[in-house]
Design a protein around this ligand. Structure first.
Ligand SMILES: [Fe+2]
Length: 183
């Protein structure tokens, strides 16, 4: 298990401040790809899915206005580290990203997510030590999550959004490591 940090966070950015354009619906259908059953099936077949391109249904947003605000928050948490934007997504209500590992892009990831309500939208991941699928639910407002993507111990994860959700991802620059997190 390599979800290193997950918590609600206070940031002065309204979702409307995030500019949305070039909405693109990427492959409709296969809604079950975030289900427990789908992951159990994938694990049984011992197949790696680095990207969930075939399963995703999301809106891609070009550009990240206000990225400095998020970078400033990252500075507070990790004063000695540097990050760059790795992805900006806007999930519509009913949007999702299917199970995948990101094993083609290893490293430390940090995501800021905005959901209107608590305990509706979730980042799902597989805890290989406990053999358990865990829902890490967004709380209302902004949330921060940090996790590690490695080839050795794949972190299977998926995103399920009954309601709309904004997701802004940052990647730790290579050759850097993070300070240890408290349990
Ligand atoms: Fe991912």
């Amino acid at each position: 298990m390599k979800l290193l940090l997950s918590k609600a966070i206070d940031i002065d950015v309204l979702p409307g401040d995030i500019y949305e354009k070039n909405h693109k619906l990427v492959n409709k259908g296969k809604i079950n790809s975030t289900s427990d059953k789908a992951l159990r099936e994938i694990l049984k077949n011992k197949k790696d899915i680095s990207q969930s391109g075939l399963h995703q249904m999301l809106f891609v947003v070009d550009g990240v206005p206000k990225k400095e605000t998020f970078l400033n928050v990252l500075k507070e948490y990790f004063p000695k580290n540097s990050f760059k934007v790795s992805g900006v997504m806007h999930y519509p209500a009913g949007g999702y990203m299917g199970w995948h590992t990101n094993s083609n892009a290893i490293g430390i990831r940090c995501y800021f997510n905005y959901s209107e309500n608590s305990n509706v939208n979730s980042f799902r991941y597989y805890d290989s030590e406990k053999d358990k699928i865990i829902d890490s639910y967004d709380l209302a407002g902004w949330n921060i999550r940090v996790f590690e993507v490695s080839k050795k111990d794949l972190l299977w994860h998926a995103v399920k959004c009954p309601e709309k959700r904004i997701s802004i991802g940052f990647k730790l620059n290579t050759d850097e490591s993070l300070p240890k997190f408290e349990d």
